[in-house]
Design a binder for this molecule. Sequence first.
Ligand code: ADP
Ligand code: ADP
Ligand code: ZN
Length: 215
Amino acid sequence: MINLLIMGKPGAGKGTQATKLLEYYNLDHVSTGNIYREEIKKNSVIGKEAMKYLAQGNLVPDKMTNEIVKELLSKENYPNGFMLDGYPRTEAQAEALDIMLEELNIKLTAVINVSVDDEVLLHRMAGRRVCSNCGQTYHVDYHPPVVTGICDFCGSKLMQRDDDLEESVMNRLSIYNEKTKPLLEYYHRKGLLVVIDGEQDSNKVFKDIIESIGE
Ligand code: ADP
Ligand code: ADP
Ligand code: ZN
């Protein structure tokens, strides 16, 4: 059983590494960002509320986010373990997660921090494209699809995320520094933190992560 947290600034490559790790260890993905984007697409009650925050790059309130994760962790089954991506992002979320895990008697294997400098991130987010249908992520220079603008997996059109436009990116970075960065110290104190150089080619980043986890 492997239960991972993947952390990093917006655009660091969490989603990209999550995809590889899920396949390698056969884990289930719990991505709060993906959940919110899907709810927005469905125009659900959660989606309508979340939309107010996502477009500007602000965080959705902790209460709503914690409830979603709690529901998923307690109701779903993760036979080989899970990978939490994009959660927790605040100290209050990390504390709520600790309580959930304790109640469910689940232990985290490791907290992986994909570390990347701000300048690299800006290029990554500017070139990020996502599939409008299945959510697969590409980059115009670093991970281009076979056919420009079209998803390799499902053939749907690629688009740019609203929150990848300049203003929202700067806002997300400053929110990260203020609210999320302190969590690295939190997990370091628990002896769970693994720091990975995220500026390398994505296959090398992946190799470093699995070496740090073992097996
Ligand atoms: P990124 O690719 O920038 O790391 P995500 O896809 O993880 O972003 O999240 C996109 C947006 O969804 C965030 O900017 C935020 O508005 C919302 N969101 C995702 N996870 C959380 C969370 N744990 N707490 C609050 N808001 C969240
Ligand atoms: P996050 O989930 O942390 O926001 P993504 O995985 O969506 O980040 O990656 C952000 C962008 O950078 C995407 O366009 C992705 O294709 C690209 N990318 C991810 N990892 C790397 C890497 N190691 N080198 C170059 N580009 C990368
Ligand atoms: Zn697709």
